[in-house]
Design a protein around this ligand. Structure first.
Ligand code: ADQ
Length: 461
């Protein structure tokens, strides 16, 4: 059987099923355990003159191979082209893009270096599965070095529409690099459609089977959607774990019978947290009856703090949360609890179970796993309501959530009011239908589906 080589910018060294392991890590670690192989990527360290030989280690029976980044690569490849160019562009935020040719060159340089180091680890039958926008050129660099293995790529972010993508001066190089993979996977039909649209209108590529098989840039590859799922059973169990009892009890006691709305995100401008605070403010402004009866808990640990726009959004959120609390708080009630820190997935699952609304309103999101985790953590006898942005990939699957446009703050506020008053019968009906989708399309189904398609490559003799 082929081994699996997982490649991602950051590797996650955790024991499978451990409370700290993200759902994605749990899924990929499960595949590595089954198939054997190695997880390759950046160590997370930045060092002067880093070695080009990967550092090998094992943890929990999984082999890891990691490289350090040089300070230039950290600036140009990671903070620069990946997080200040591709991330905003793929989330439709041209206004936040910072383009410097040196960053693009650093991105290519780092990918070429990763490819060279990875080549020495590959066996002829290995399946190579590359994750996310940091590593798009990896297969092209590997093919240049003569590597003929089957290689797949999965994009965790949205794929932007044609007219947005062409803002990137190197849009052609980026899409052409994707064609070096055998399988290119997206989160949703929307992303697959925008990608196909680009191929159709920006290249001389053709669709060999009218759907998924594409001939472009002198390569034939398969493009499809593979909506990512969660480790559903694990979340269900964690949400009810006795280990949560103390914290959950403290939370419940602090609410004093008030209803809880919860938001959980990395602190990122794509997550729509400012608009969400405004929508909550409007709920209070339009409904004095809800004063002192509802609390909004927003958990948002800072990320990418070396990128300037992340400092700005953090400052804006602090200002807005403070302003709204200043306006509405009473001596015995603070409407917004805004926390700049992370919690374990286990604790989060316990908190989700106590919240009567999961408020998930990104302005753009590849999938958004928090939406799925919130639903999986609910008590079937008294489930909460998911309020979900139409711009999250998850909205394509979770059609029984209350779907909103996060820019339409008045409507989001009205939807919150509706969710707070929804009957048990309606909540249960929506929850059951949503949970059914989440169970069927979990993280294991996702990775098996992707690897099944990758195994069938090449698609033409
Ligand atoms: P993210 O942008 O990080 O992921 P999301 O899918 O919501 O977004 O979260 C990934 C994981 O991080 C989830 O398991 C979640 O529980 C955890 N997480 C998020 N906020 C947290 C917090 N405040 N504290 C602790 N844990 C937190 C990218 C894409 C998404 C896509 C995923 C997976 O941007 O669109 O769904 O990859 O493909």
């Amino acid at each position: 059987m082929s081994r699996l080589v997982v490649v991602s910018n950051r590797v996650t060294k955790v024991q499978q099923g451990g409370a700290q392991a993200g759902g994605l890590a749990v899924g990929l670690l499960g595949a590595l355990e089954e198939m054997g192989g190695v997880w390759f990527g950046w160590s997370g360290n930045v060092t002067e003159d880093p070695s080009d030989e990967p550092r090998m280690s094992t943890s929990g029976g999984i082999a890891y191979a990691t490289l350090d980044l040089s300070p230039e690569d950290y600036d140009e490849y990671y903070n620069g082209f990946s997080n200040s160019m591709l991330w905003p562009l793929f989330h439709y935020r041209q206004d936040l893009m910072e383009f410097h040719l040196s960053s693009y060159q650093g991105y290519r340089r780092a990918n070429a270096r990763f490819a060279k180091a990875l080549k020495g680890l590959l066996e002829p039958d290995d399946l190579v599965w590359v994750h996310d926008y940091h590593m798009i050129p990896l297969a092209e660099e590997l093919r240049r070095l003569g590597v003929r293995n089957k290689m797949g790529f999965f994009l965790h972010t949205p794929f932007p529409s044609h007219q947005v993508l062409v803002v990137l001066p190197q849009h052609r190089e980026i899409v052409s690099a994707l064609s070096a993979y055998d399988v290119v996977g997206f989160q949703s039909s929307t992303d697959l459609r925008t990608f196909s649209h680009y191929i159709r209108f920006e290249t001389s590529g053709v669709f060999l089977d009218e759907r998924h098989l594409i001939r472009a840039f002198r390569r034939t590859f398969h493009a499809n959607k593979f909506p990512i799922g969660i480790d559903t059973e694990n979340i269900e169990a964690m949400a009810q774990s006795p280990d949560n009892a103390v914290r959950v009890e403290r939370l419940v006691r602090s609410l004093r019978g008030r209803k809880l709305i919860i938001g959980v995100d990395r602190l990122d401008y794509s997550k729509g947290i400012v608009q969400r605070l405004h929508a909550f403010e409007l709920l209070l402004a339009r409904n004095p009856d809800w004063h002192n009866k509802v609390v909004f808990l927003q958990i948002a640990p800072p990320t990418r703090e070396d990128v300037a726009h992340y400092g700005e959004i953090r400052h804006l959120l602090e200002t807005e949360a403070g302003r709204i609390n200043g306006e509405y708080a009473e001596f015995d009630w603070v409407p917004i609890r805004y926390l700049n820190r992370g919690f374990t997935r286990q604790t989060l699952s316990g908190f989700f179970r106590q919240a009567c609304i999961g408020l998930v309103t990104p302005l753009r999101d590849g999938m958004n796993l928090v939406a799925k985790e919130y639903v999986a953590a609910q008590n079937s006898a008294d489930p909460g309501v998911l309020v979900l942005s139409r711009f999250a990939g998850a909205a394509e699957q979770l059609t029984n959530a209350l779907i909103v446009n996060p820019y339409d703050e008045e409507r989001v506020a009205a939807t919150l009011g509706r969710a707070l008053e929804m009957t048990l019968k309606e909540r249960q009906g929506r929850w059951r239908a949503t949970m059914d989708v989440i169970r069927r399309h979990d993280i294991v189904a996702w990775r098996k589906n992707f690897l099944r398609v990758l195994n069938r490559a090449p698609f033409t003799a």
